[in-house]
Design a protein around this ligand. Sequence first.
Ligand SMILES: Nc1nc2c(c(=O)[nH]1)N[C@H]1C(S)=C(S)[C@@H](COP(=O)(O)OP(=O)(O)OC[C@H]3O[C@@H](n4cnc5c(N)ncnc54)[C@H](O)[C@@H]3O)O[C@H]1N2
Ligand code: MOO
Length: 620
Amino acid sequence: MVRYLTLHSIEEVKSIINEHLEKLKNEVEEVDLFNAVGRVLTEDIFSNVDVPPYDRAKMDGYAVKAEDTYEADEDNPVELKIIGSLKAGEVKDLEINNGECVEIATGAMIPKGANAVVMVEYTEREGDKVKIYKAVPPMENIQFTGSDIMAGELVLRKNTKLTPRDVGVLAAIGKSRVKVYKKLKFGIISTGNELISPEEPLEFGKIYDINSYALASYIKNLGYDFEFFGIAKDDKEDLKEKIKKALKCDIILLSGGTSAGVGDLTETAIKELGGEILVHGIKIKPGKPTIVGKIKDKLVVGLPGYPTSCLTIFDVFFGDEKNVVKAMFPQRYISAKGRVEYLPVILVKHKNGYSAYPITKGSGAITSLSEADGYIVIEENKEILENEEVEVHLFGDVKVGLNIIGSHCIGVDIILKEAKLLAKTINVGSLGGLLEIKRGEADIAGIHLLDEKTNTYNIPFLERYMVKDALLIRGYIREQGFMFRKELEFNSIEDIVKNIYNLEFINRNKGSGTRILFDKFLKDNKINPKDIKGYNIEAKTHSAVAAAVVMKKADIGLGIRNVAEQYGLEFIPLADEHYDFLIRKERFNDEDVQKFIDALKKAKLPFKKPENCGDVIWES
Ligand SMILES: Nc1nc2c(c(=O)[nH]1)N[C@H]1C(S)=C(S)[C@@H](COP(=O)(O)OP(=O)(O)OC[C@H]3O[C@@H](n4cnc5c(N)ncnc54)[C@H](O)[C@@H]3O)O[C@H]1N2
Ligand code: MOO
């Protein structure tokens, strides 16, 4: 049976959800001050009292009649008689006349007759007399009744979202409880037999439940409440049981089980609990199979299982307004037809503004969102995005720091840690890094490009690509070689060449230095890539190659020694390669760049360091 979803527009779904939210949002509850922050007032707040409620001293010293001090200066003090003392909280019937004063503490009530306070630093006490060395004008060092807040004053308006400072104001006027809009409470359920809690050890075939935790945190950050009802098995009765319990919440969020597969039970469960389905399918990417249903007056939202889809949908329909910045989109991106696409991007700041790099790991990857600074919205009828200005909706502040764009190497992470630097590292391969330096977007690019003709690294490429205004810093030497599981029993490159047609390879992405090295190896040994099994299967990092071999998705792949060692694989070296750093000249003297180079020299790296590590070896 072929099942197609009827896709609703984002606006339609927003209006269904907002209608429900509006109703809930108007419900009112009362909270005490310890629980008021972040809540939204449903009433104007007026003060019934003056703050402060009496004139009080701002400083420790003596309460005086100002005119008695006018003659005083450092050489000619005025002497006053002390007729008493006042501490904060003391109420005494004291009144001063000319020539008199009262010793007073910060916060104490100003006695009758006094109109100024002389700070104790400008006085000298002798018994019941005090010498005043400084003249003070009237009102000096007194905070007057109601000068902070006056009785009858409007202090906070309806619809204010209370900040910690606002709560301070409420306390100041003795308002111990306030009426606020009811806090929405979300019930959270994850579904899937494969899911386990992060508290359990990982069994083969299981994955950790991401969505419950990420959604709950999202909800908390928005100032709402949540309750977690656990992971439902792909079993209708279990799911129904959990939904029933969750119906005490205002909105129930399920994740997983929305698409048209066998285990997709959400729709049925909602119906069998007496509910109706309002939406199943939205013109959005990611998150197309989202379900919106209703059981009595409760909204039940079936979010897709893929973490990025799940969180994007939550954000689109329940999230808060985002700050927007304009950025250049320097790459070419083909967007989903017939759906509005929310594409996560990393922002890179440079002297002409921002550039936005798409994250294309897909909706199954949680790091699509955790690495993103925000997203861009690509309209339904736009198919290609290329070298144009876009608006980026920001998740928070844009992290700024060095932009390190190029080939990925764990050495870079170690150097950054040594240098205590914050940096953005974007993995676009060596050649990609070189181009980003040319374009002025990267500050530093890690590159390892082997020139076949000269059998040297990097410099021939800089010349061929006419890189200008840049310097090349000698980095370190990585041992590239073949990694494979023990059972293969190879001892030399010759062993590998002999067996090459029986092996399942995993290759690296085009533009990566490792790929170039592999191609050269094939050429040197007169092997046609077409005859290599797995030649077209690409992994993006050294670790991904190692993981594929460990998991027996491939027999062998090319990568660096220390990654092979990390994964417990055998390793036969093929070539020493130079991993160097291309740096834009105008950034060369920046503190962060210099720190990076320093740390490169100092850091203990799992690679060989040549004598001239950290030196400039080429300049355009
Ligand atoms: N034949 C079709 N297959 C799929 C379609 C379709 O239209 N036709 N849509 C695809 C799209 S788009 C999405 S999005 C997903 C949505 O899948 P479900 O909502 O049914 O979710 P599951 O199948 O249960 O899970 C998908 C994926 O995500 C993992 N997952 C689920 N829950 C969690 C969680 N709480 N934490 C971490 N990861 C989770 C799950 O293991 C699966 O790998 O369907 C496509 N398929
Ligand atoms: O709707 Mo799915 O989220 O495109 O991957």
